[in-house]
Design a protein around this ligand. Structure first.
Ligand SMILES: C[S@@+](CC[C@H](N)C(=O)[O-])C[C@H]1O[C@@H](n2cnc3c(N)ncnc32)[C@H](O)[C@@H]1O
Length: 407
């Protein structure tokens, strides 16, 4: 088996649970792992993709006896829909509000659903270990069943929980799911499927994403809910306390800016986004005790405010390099001396063989945008090419990672 490590001599770890940087065939990288990259050595980002992919990406041998994992993959969309439908129908909210566990008939009656359909949905959620069930003694074949939320359902699936992922689920169900129905065409054509799925031009991606006020709110809700679970980790991946003025470029609802403000109370944090996004953020996402500022602007067309640190969370992955490189150059020019840029993205492994979540996100970018996910060395290359240096990479081990570079 031939293994090539782009990382050998290329990365110095600044802190890690492992003494070694990830090699090209490494399975999951240790969590909370950061490297200081040496720009002159981190070179051609295509090097490790040159057909040297003999490392095992095949399913385990046991699948030959029976394809358990394959069948699980085939049925993945069904499982997603079970969660999505239960969320959309308010199952988790009802069970959270209820003082006692409820029968399928009670849930169906309260939510205006069929008893048979609801019972099957609730049973599938029990099978998925998202709900719990108590079985009472019955007569004959009838065993009364009473359903309740698990702690996980209360925490993440009920709408009113402070850690609710409800908005993420609604967007996945109503926008991402129909887009993924056109994955085959996206792969064949190599372009997003906004036109085929929603009848909108595939050129201006944010006109498509913000095609109605309702869609804009749903998208902003999706963006917002990611940072409920990932925000703290990405803003504390590095100590950013020395940056006294921070601009979250394309900061959307302000969720990440609030996390920054919480972690660095001595810094001012400004969200810069398109006027209609800022207005919607003011109307729907602002909190009475907000410490963040909101500023309208177009990061491609307008001057950027001077700042010590620019945060670009899930921005670079939206665009072709002919747009993202000039944006990074513009940020470098506006940045105060001694300042920097923090990219937050789901990073691919160097050899592009994982993590599966980043690979799926990259396909999602194909379906919805003009961009893609990249590896650490690719981001390093982009940052060095636009004037930044001292690039440090931190994998959080969760959905999103952080890359800090200095002016
Ligand atoms: C994928 S979202 C990321 C949002 C946010 N950074 C986050 O991670 O939650 C991209 C953001 O860039 C904003 N955006 C797109 N084009 C922009 C432009 N030309 N000027 C300013 N913001 C823009 C969008 O409105 C959106 O909020």
């Amino acid at each position: 088996m031939l293994v090539v490590s782009l990382w050998s001599n290329a990365m110095l770890q600044t802190s890690s649970s492992s003494p070694f940087p990830p090699s090209a065939n490494s399975s999951p990288i240790p969590t909370g792992t950061c490297w200081l990259t040496i720009p002159t050595v981190v070179g051609n980002p295509g090097l490790n993709r040159s057909g040297l992919s003999t490392m095992a990406e095949h399913l385990s041998q046991s699948e030959l006896n029976y394809p358990f994992k394959l069948l699980e993959y085939f049925n993945g969309f069904r499982m997603s829909k079970v969660i999505f439908s239960a969320c959309e129908q308010g199952v988790f909210d009802l069970l959270m509000q209820s003082q006692k566990s409820l029968s399928a008939a009670e849930v169906a009656w309260k939510l205006g659903a069929s008893e048979d359909g609801m019972e099957r949905l609730l049973d599938a959620l029990v099978g998925a270990e998202v709900l719990e069930v108590e079985l009472n003694q019955g007569t004959g074949l009838f065993i009364p069943a009473y359903y309740s939320n698990t702690d996980v359902a209360n925490l993440y699936l009920a709408k009113d929980s402070p850690k609710s992922l409800y908005d993420m689920i609604i967007y996945q169900s109503q926008t991402i799911y129909p887009l993924w129905n056109n994955l085959g065409d996206a792969v064949r054509e190599g372009k997003n499927q906004n036109e085929k799925t929603f009848g909108l031009s595939s050129e201006d991606i944010f006109s498509a994403i913000y095609r109605s006020e309702d869609e804009m709110l749903k998208f902003m809700g999706l963006m917002n809910s990611s940072w409920v679970i990932d925000g703290h980790d990405v803003v504390t991946a590095f100590d950013l306390s020395r940056f006294k003025s921070i601009v979250d470029v394309g900061g959307c609802s302000g969720a990440l800016a609030r996390e920054l403000s919480k972690a660095y109370p001595a810094s001012t944090v400004t969200v810069l986004d398109l006027p209609k996004v800022i207005q919607t953020a003011q109307k729907h996402f602002c909190q009475s005790d907000d410490t963040i500022k909101l500023q309208e602007g177009d990061f491609f067309k307008d001057d950027l405010p001077a700042a010590d640190l620019y945060v670009l969370a899930r921005i670079i992955h939206d665009w072709k390099e002919e747009k993202s490189l000039p944006l990074l150059r513009k940020i470098h020019a506006a940045c105060n001396s001694g300042g920097g840029v923090l990219l937050i993205e789901a990073m691919l492994f160097e050899n592009h063989r994982g993590p599966i979540m980043a690979q799926l996100f990259s396909l999602n970018m194909l379906l919805q945008t003009e961009g893609k996910e990249h590896s650490p060395s690719h981001y390093t290359h982009m940052l060095n090419g636009t004037g930044f240096s001292d690039v440090q990479v931190c994998r959080t081990g969760k959905s999103y990672d952080a890359i800090l570079a200095l002016k």
